[in-house]
Ligand binder design. Structure first.
Ligand code: IMP
Ligand code: MG
Length: 178
């Protein structure tokens, strides 16, 4: 077990870089199998998905394209709470086989919103890939097609995931030390 300090908190090794790499290779094989003869469009959600996207992409042999979007959340003026908007969503999604690429699904709020918004652009299909999923934190029924690892609802960093902007560059995934 290795501890690492990110910002002002201590995290401990949780999923090794080796385990991540072999799992991502399996996801690439699954995508190749599902998209044989097709040209999927992988849409990465910035910033967290950058590392997973780069690795997943290199494990896909099917001809594919990529794009990136960013979801911004801000407190709405109404009592409904958080309002989200998407930046970078182009109009060339119509008729495409879309795979949304995320770092983590926690409550599923973001995933649900992304799927609904991308559906409006009339893609041929939408699937969801995430390196991490916290099943116990999920508040919506989300179809997660390609999941790296299911994890307990503790805070994690590394492999693109951040704590207050830091920790994305760690090759392993670390869990907050309690
Ligand atoms: P959701 O909308 O609750 O599913 O949360 C999705 C977003 O919250 C992710 O894309 C992450 O940016 C962030 N997030 C959720 N859990 C973690 C975590 O354990 N570490 C780092 N970021 C997280
Ligand atoms: Mg994110």
């Amino acid at each position: 077990m290795t501890d690492v300090k990110v910002h002002d908190k201590i995290f401990t090794t949780f999923i090794s870089a080796e385990k991540i790499q072999s799992r991502v290779a399996e996801l690439g094989i699954a995508i190749d199998k599902d998209y044989s003869g097709k040209n999927p469009l992988l849409i990465g959600v910035l910033n967290g998905s950058v590392i997973f996207m780069a690795d997943l992409l290199r494990n896909i042999k099917t001809p594919c394209e990529i794009g990136f979007i960013r979801v911004s959340s801000y407190e709405g003026t109404s009592s409904s709470g958080k309002v989200k908007s998407i930046m970078g969503l182009e109009n060339d999604i119509q008729g495409r086989e879309v795979i949304i690429v995320e770092d983590i699904i926690d409550t599923g709020d973001t995933a649900l919103y992304l799927i609904e918004e991308i559906k409006k652009k009339n893609p041929a299909s939408i699937r969801f890939a995430t390196i991490l999923l916290k099943p116990e934190a999920l508040r919506h029924k989300i179809q997660c097609d390609y999941v790296g690892f299911e994890i307990p609802p503790a805070f994690v960093v590394g492999y693109g995931l951040d704590y207050d902007g830091f920790g994305r560059n760690l090759a392993d995934i670390y869990q907050l030390k309690s």
